[in-house]
Design a protein around this ligand. Structure first.
Ligand SMILES: O=C(O)CCC(=O)C(=O)O
Ligand SMILES: [Fe+2]
Length: 390
């Protein structure tokens, strides 16, 4: 194991109430953004009592009868929302050894197949479990989703400060949840006009994931979640306690453990943020290793804060101060470039980029709802090893 690997910074928001400590906080945040790409966030605004309730629900959600979970299967949703059975998802070409639920906005979709762009399909209603199966679940998770969403937006104004940008530098890339649906309604009357008018739709996604341990007889290096970058702006992961290192990030050739720290969110940065900051913010490659055979399941809840679906990142790159660009250029572990990924990321509206990841990760949903894209991305049909049999 190489020495001198950075430890993941813990950013304590409580220190901001003391003005004298602000510069030190901002410097640590700058280091986290530019050099590391991951951080822990402590003393944030999401109440611990709400987080405790969320954590208490998580194993119960997976314990509802299989036939009830199957009523919520993602295959029923063109919006990539709902339940995914164990080993039905691909990340970076690997089959993920996890099962999960995806929940998003509460809103009505504006997607009209064949009329609006395909990636508007990202924005649509979630599939919630019946209230009597798990009373209070929906209300708790909608409250949680809103609270985390608000915290991501607050944090991004601190990101701006750390990068010596105006505090609202990122405002044009996202939208408070309560504003989204009303704006989308206003604009739906403009359906025949330019789609670029619909700038307000933003993709947000809360995943609730269960990672069972490695299966008997499986090969080494079994992956809970294959290596990847997150596509959007910022990801807040609530990691439930687990004794085994699972989430890891890559710096240089090393994989570094990112264990849960009670009372914090684990925060990582997405490729869209990296791009609009001219690479000053680091999107870090990460994966999740399955726990050893016989151990308990691990649970994690990533919340993905995306961009407005119609923002073309290539048109919106921010002016970054030279001092920050210098720190970028001096970073110890340079960012790895990938021309294929880069082209995909920068030549489409941001929503399309996230949408394409959905297409590639969920071949069954693509086949049912987006058959033309399915043929393009899976010319040989669905990968045989996927556990898809509906
Ligand atoms: O399970 C985790 O801790 C993170 C999962 C993750 O990186 C993802 O779903 O993008
Ligand atoms: Fe991720």
């Amino acid at each position: 194991m190489a020495t001198n690997l950075p430890t993941i910074p813990v950013l304590d928001l409580a220190v901001l109430s003391d003005d004298t400590k602000r510069p030190e906080f901002i410097a640590l945040l700058r280091y986290a953004l530019i050099d590391v790409g991951f951080l822990y966030l402590k003393n944030h605004s999401v109440p611990q009592e709400l987080i405790d309730r969320v954590c208490e629900y998580v194993p119960r959600l997976f314990n509802i009868p299989q036939e009830e979970k199957d009523k919520l299967l993602m295959i029923n949703s063109p919006h990539f929302m709902g339940f995914s059975r164990l080993r039905t998802e691909l990340t970076g070409g690997f089959i993920d050894h996890r099962e999960q639920f995806d929940f998003g906005t509460t809103y009505e979709t504006r997607w009209k197949p064949g009329i609006t762009p395909d990636h508007w399909g990202l924005w649509g209603p979630s599939q919630w479990p019946e209230e009597d199966l798990i009373p209070g679940f929906r209300e708790t998770f909608e409250t949680y989703l809103t609270a985390v969403h608000n915290e991501t937006i607050q944090l991004m104004s601190l990101f701006a400060e750390a990068l010596q940008l105006p505090s609202d530098a990122f405002a044009k890339f996202h939208e408070p949840l309560d504003k989204m649906q009303s704006r989308a309604k206003e604009w739906s009357s403009l359906l025949n006009r330019s789609f670029r008018t619909y700038t307000s739709l933003v993709f947000v996604d809360l995943q609730i994931i269960k990672y069972p341990p490695t299966q008997e007889g499986s090969q080494q290096g079994f992956m809970g979640n294959g290596p990847h970058y997150d596509a959007g702006l910022v990801t807040f992961v609530l990691q439930l306690p687990s004794p085994h290192p699972a989430l890891q990030m890559q710096l240089g050739d090393e994989w570094i453990d990112i264990p849960p720290i009670p009372g914090t969110f684990t925060v990582n940065l997405g490729q869209s943020l990296e791009y609009i900051t001219q690479g000053a913010v680091r999107a870090t490659y990460h994966h999740v290793v399955s726990s050893p055979i016989g151990s308990d399941a691990r649970y994690a809840l990533p919340f993905f804060q995306g961009c407005r679906l119609e923002v073309c990142l290539a048109d919106e790159v921010l002016d970054i101060p030279p001092e920050i660009l210098k720190l970028r250029d001096q970073r110890k572990y340079p960012i790895k470039t990938d021309p294929v990924r880069d082209k995909e990321l920068y030549s489409h509206p941001s929503g399309y980029v996230v949408f394409l990841r959905g297409i590639k990760s969920h071949p069954d949903i693509s086949e049912r709802h987006y058959p033309t894209l399915f043929k393009e991305y899976f010319p040989d049909g669905k990968p045989k090893q996927l556990n898809i049999a509906y």
